[in-house]
Write a protein that binds this ligand. Structure first.
Ligand code: GLY
Length: 381
């Protein structure tokens, strides 16, 4: 399996070496590949929540190869993301994805001092979204003051990073409250999760749990399950909180039971039988989480899950040809709304696929965790 991971990773290096040059020529932030070209973000321009994943992918490849092209391309896009920090209005809770994986990766790999400042700036923005009635506000639209979403677990590593960086416990204290809220109000008895929970923004009372990007109210949007799985896992890795590991394993059991025989991932684990709606991004995220859970628990079944997902995607959904820009196909942004892509290549699917390969090669630089947490030297309680 190590040989497969090495060879597949090298194919990714070769493909993205070409595709990085084309992104720079097109002068856009790649969101998805379409034929020989990149397409930019579907909404919100440089402020779109996925824009940190392209630099993150570049940094993964830079960490493995040291090739200048990947560093240069990451920083080309980071300049545009820095302008979004100043503009502020298009940012939401996804500043973790946007800045920890781009500027944070830069800081980790190169020691670039201004990159650390940008990450801290992003962390203060995320902290500013905390509602003292007990949750982090997800999106900024008027009327959504009480909306919180499962995806936010994946942005909490930005807060752990800020506490590790500054020694100020406020950041991880907010993350703890968001984590407890998520366990209480999103995580269901069977290990599945709601995507959205709407709270009264004044009292914190639960008002509703609509369908979000999944098939229907009460269903199990697979990417939401994957965000929960990896988010709780990372929470435990950053802090050692046992409740995070317990929650991660509950979600892991649920996700594992819904992996398709071919290793691809349905867009919603409760979608109607016979409906062809795949989201390989969910599978790639889950594979990363399963590989970390093996290390945390010693349970080999998690490795089996990761390998089933990754080899299935490589066999059935990876495009290694020269005639396309990205690798992972059959990525789906949302069950009902095709505006951000359905069954296409989407860059953050590629990011998690490559991160998982790096883990299998024991060479993941682990952008989600501050270097102090990686050394196991900090307690954030
Ligand atoms: N809302 C973030 C996602 O599409 O996963």
């Amino acid at each position: 399996m190590r040989q497969w991971a090495d060879e597949t990773f090298q194919k990714a290096v070769a493909k993205f070496r070409r595709s990085a040059g084309i992104a720079a020529e097109q002068d856009i932030v790649p969101y998805r590949g379409e034929g020989c070209a990149w397409q930019g973000p579907p909404f919100d321009g440089d402020g779109w929540w996925t824009n940190g994943f392209w630099p993150a992918l570049m940094w993964q490849l830079y960490a493995a190869t040291g090739e200048e092209i990947f560093c240069t391309e990451a920083r080309r896009v980071q300049k545009r993301l820095e302008a979004e920090l100043d503009a502020f209005t298009r940012l939401n809770h996804d500043v973790g994805f946007m800045y920890l994986l781009s500027e944070g990766a830069d800081a980790l790999l190169t020691g670039e001092s201004m990159a650390r400042v940008h990450v801290l700036h992003a962390a203060t923005i995320l902290a500013g979204r905390f509602n003292p009635s007990g949750f982090i506000r997800a999106w900024g639209q008027p009327g959504r003051e009480g909306w919180a979403i499962i995806d936010c677990l994946m942005n909490l590593p930005l807060l752990y990073w800020a506490t590790a960086e500054t020694g100020d416990p406020r950041f991880s204290a907010l993350a703890r409250i968001q984590t407890e809220t998520t366990i209480r109000h999103f995580l269901r008895e069977d290990g599945s999760c709601n995507h959205i929970v709407i709270f009264d923004p004044v009292t914190g009372a639960v008002l509703d749990a609509p369908a979000g990007q999944g098939y229907a109210r009460g269903s199990s949007w697979s990417r939401g399950q994957a965000w929960a799985l990896y988010g709780f896992t990372l929470g435990h890795m950053a802090t050692g909180w046992p409740e995070c590991l317990d929650a991660a394993e509950r979600v892991a059991g649920y996700f594992a039971a819904h992996i398709r025989p071919d290793g691809l991932t349905d867009c919603d684990f409760m979608q109607p039988p016979g409906e062809e709606r795949i989201d390989n991004i969910a599978g790639a995220i889950a594979a990363c989480a399963f590989l970390e859970l093996v290390k945390l628990t010693g349970k080999s079944q998690y490795r089996d899950c990761a390998l089933k997902l990754l080899t299935g995607m490589d066999r059935l959904s990876a495009d290694w040809s020269d005639a396309s820009r990205g690798v992972l196909t059959k990525c789906t942004a949302a069950y009902h709304d095709d505006g951000a892509g359905r069954h296409v290549n989407i860059t953050y699917g590629d990011y998690f696929f490559v991160e998982a390969l790096a883990k299998l090669r024991s060479a993941d630089p682990m952008f989600w965790l501050h270097e102090k947490a990686q050394k196991g030297g900090e307690s954030h309680d």
